[in-house]
Design a protein around this ligand. Structure first.
Ligand code: PNS
Length: 167
């Protein structure tokens, strides 16, 4: 009897991807046969980057990190549990940077399990990226700070071009 592949979903807005995200996806990929990174776009929210740009940044970040068993897909206006069903994943993997993340993530994990039984696994975020989030990185760039090492270099350059008046 052949068992079906263990497939996990790593969901997020990824607007844009950070090195903290890429670390979590790489570690999820080491624990599963396949990871589907799902870029979930809320149509009511204007993002900094288009969905196509976000997907491309994640794809190139994963390629640069040598992660081969992860692919990236975009979804708009969909429940995560429906996305999991569609891609055939029965587990969601998310990184936790601390207690604030846990407070934000726990109700979503419980709601998702309530809806379809999908489980959420939390991986502790790497210490060097504990302070890194897409929103903080954008704010730092907007006001002239350097985010080298916190996001892929091409994301840093795209953020400067998009958010800084002199970019
Ligand atoms: O990058 P983020 O903000 O941590 O991502 C949050 C995201 C996109 C994973 C979450 O908002 C989500 O799952 N959205 C899809 C819609 C949905 O299923 N909402 C109900 C969650 S219980």
């Amino acid at each position: 009897m052949t068992s079906r592949p263990r497939r996990a979903v790593c969901p997020g807005s990824y607007d844009p991807v950070t090195n903290g995200h890429l670390d979590v996806v790489a570690r999820a990929a080491a624990l599963h046969d396949e990871v589907v990174v799902t870029v979930l776009h809320n149509p009511a929210k204007a993002g900094t980057f288009s969905v196509a740009e976000r997907v491309a940044f994640v794809e190139r970040g994963l390629a640069a990190a040598g992660v081969r068993n992860a692919r990236v897909e975009a979804f708009s206006g969909r429940l995560l549990v429906d996305v999991c069903r569609e891609v055939g994943a029965d587990v969601v993997v998310k990184g936790l940077r601390g207690a604030t993340d846990f407070a934000y993530e726990l109700p979503m994990a419980l709601m998702n399990r309530h809806l379809t039984g999908v489980e959420t696994l939390f991986l502790p975020g790497a210490a060097e990226f504990e302070h890194v989030s897409s929103s903080l990185v954008k704010e730092v760039v907007r006001y002239g700070g350097d985010v080298t090492g916190l996001v892929p270099d091409e994301v840093r350059d795209a953020l400067v071009a998009r958010l800084r008046a002199d970019g």
